[in-house]
Design a protein around this ligand. Sequence first.
Ligand code: AMP
Ligand code: GLY
Length: 427
Amino acid sequence: MNILLLGSGGRENALAWKMVKSHHCDNLFIAPGNAGTAEYGTNLSLSVTDFPAIKQTCIEQKIQMLVVGPEEPLVKGIYDFFQNDPQLQHIIVVGPSAEAAQLEGSKAFSKKFMQRHQIPTAGYAEFTAENFEEGKKYIAQHSLPVVLKADGLAAGKGVVIASSHEEALQVFEEMILHKQFGEASSKVVIEEFLQGIEVSVFALTDGEVYQIIGHAKDYKRIGEGDTGLNTGGMGCVSPVPFMDETFMRKVEQRIIKPTIDGLSKEKLNYHGFVFFGLMNVAGEPYVIEYNCRMGDPETEVVMPLLQTDIVGLFAAMDNGTLVDANIEFYPQHCATVMAVSGGYPGDYKKNLPIMGLDHAQAEDSIVFHAGTKLVNGEVYTNGGRVLTVTSYGNSIPEAVAKSKQLLEKISFEGMYYRKDIGYEFGE
Ligand code: AMP
Ligand code: GLY
């Protein structure tokens, strides 16, 4: 099969690494990709939202499967674009329709969906400019901290946890009256703060049945000890010790099954990944958010631990046999540690040469590129999150130690990574 993968991050590098292992994969193309994906296939310089150019490429390269990495093309309707085009209809698209992608694209849509299907989540209310005054009253009497979320996609910046009513009112005004995130914040969801530990669970679904393909704990803050600003993710570990059978059963019965049944009942066309962003509140799971894609850097530990052929699973998702798929996992632990450019998640430099990659090899470790690019055969930084090292180990600390060891061989100006990924799971 000829496969086109859209995206350019660590997630896509890990997906490419996994997909080329499949005997179903003849040729892999990645658009736009990075210096790491170029090792597994052919990078094509295309924008992930330029649907006409993607169509042209699919025809030229005789693409049979499209795997969509990031959310933006999904929320903008790439699935529907393929479905509605006679020249593209035959291509298997891994990703939901625009309507179903609202589970990620609209916080208000996802909260209503959870309410309809009695899926545990934080209590909430939604407001626009029309009931702005009502919103202010709602905030003034809300318990603290209070969580404010821009309804639409805001590049991961649309959530604010306010510790005072003054701060919450200010953020509310910024979002709605001053359109801080444009259309995305014309509606705001205000919700209860949930105290607990976060975990990301991943399923593949055809809108009727599902298979769980893995889970991970993401370290979102820039600083050690989970301090400082939020980032896209500084590292991940899997499996997570508290994801025992009891907790997993609750997650499946109360969250995953009702979600997939909800998709089916509402006839939402969904063939793709579901990312359940969960909070473990004293042993009880709640949904913080849905995403219609894999996580980054979660994918960089989930793919290495998945033994089953992922392209085979995509085909099964398409032909109605996902229910019979046998999902197998490697028995080890995996950790990934992300190296970022100095200053990230604020301002940072790009185009810095990366040294040491040729010697950064170890049996139990994989270097996945995120924000990198090739210039005349040399690798340069091209983003805030630059690369991540995933390692296998018999325990989380062992896997983390191996990743840190390999990272010592790699360098670029201002390189930073957290040394404490997995800290709560033992030395
Ligand atoms: P999101 O953009 O929905 O992923 O939210 C970003 C982050 O905000 C999440 O990963 C959580 O750490 C935090 N968060 C979101 N909603 C809540 C909530 N209701 N209670 C506590 N933390 C939350
Ligand atoms: N690592 C969190 C995300 O991909 O949204």
